[in-house]
Design a protein around this ligand. Sequence first.
Ligand code: 5GP
Ligand code: MN
Length: 325
Amino acid sequence: MNETFQAIKKALKSAKTALIVSHIDPDGDSIGSMNALAIFLSEMGLTVDHYSQDGVPHIYRFLPASELVKTRLEPNRRYDLLISVDASDIKRLGEKFKPREIAKLIINIDHHHDNTSYGDINYISRASSTAELVYNLIKALKFKIDKKIAENLYVALITDTGNYRYENTSVETFCMAIDLLKAGVETHSLTTRIYDTRSLSGVRVFAAALATLEVTPDHTVAWAAVTKEIMEKHNAKSEDLVGLIDQIRSIEKVEVAILFRQDADKIKVNFRSKSKVNVSEIARRFGGGGHIRAAGVTIQSDLAVVKQVVLAEVFKFMKASKYLV
Ligand code: 5GP
Ligand code: MN
């Protein structure tokens, strides 16, 4: 067993209580990894709370342990351990509690290459998903992966790999998937829930958002901008737009896809690239981050201003990198 696993094992052995935290605006990897860890640690005998400031997107609520996710923490509650999942920076845990005050020890489990190593123990490794790391940890500790854990890890795995389409999909990813199937995962039932169960209003807002599509003359960069008005008209939540940016990226010749979404006084910007551009570097220039092919940032400004400055930076970056636009 490597040093990191040994340190985590020791920390888990001496802890009685743990708080597991997903990142803000959580995705499938964050929710699935958090739930899987919560079930695992409860089975190990710890008293566990798991918390997501922005709750659980509707599409992941069927997952075992989602029903126990807290969106508020008791004001004076303290924990022996805080385990963060899929959060590259401590700020991504939200601003409603102080991680350093709430727990004696922080374990940071993440697969982002730009993770700031903010934990006391950092299990950071390049993998398809944080779920792959949680899986490796449970295996290293020689614990059985039951169906409830497996379902959470499976959904986390498919959502971060685009159902095994992205280049982060590896031999390890498929080996893990086989193991999860052996533990009782029914792929058809889970993929139907994730990819084929959309709300009608979700599809309508998707269409309205796609109608804002713009492309550069050479079709290498494409973007959509979703205003508050569009979201309100369809009574939509951010989760209704999941997959939109991938649709934009799927357009022939598009290398970089961008989605601008107005949310109160902030603009959420998501980036995707197809096979060449490092969009995490572009996001980083605005204070955000992420992966090479999927990144994001939140900027406090007007939609028109954000669109202008971000697009200018993308064009500049692409010219400099010889992906001319
Ligand atoms: P998504 O486009 O799915 O929201 O995010 C893709 C990736 O970009 C995520 O894995 C996350 O790491 C990163 N990301 C998205 N939004 C932000 C943000 O506001 N700040 C930072 N640092 N990273 C972000
Ligand atoms: Mn992830």
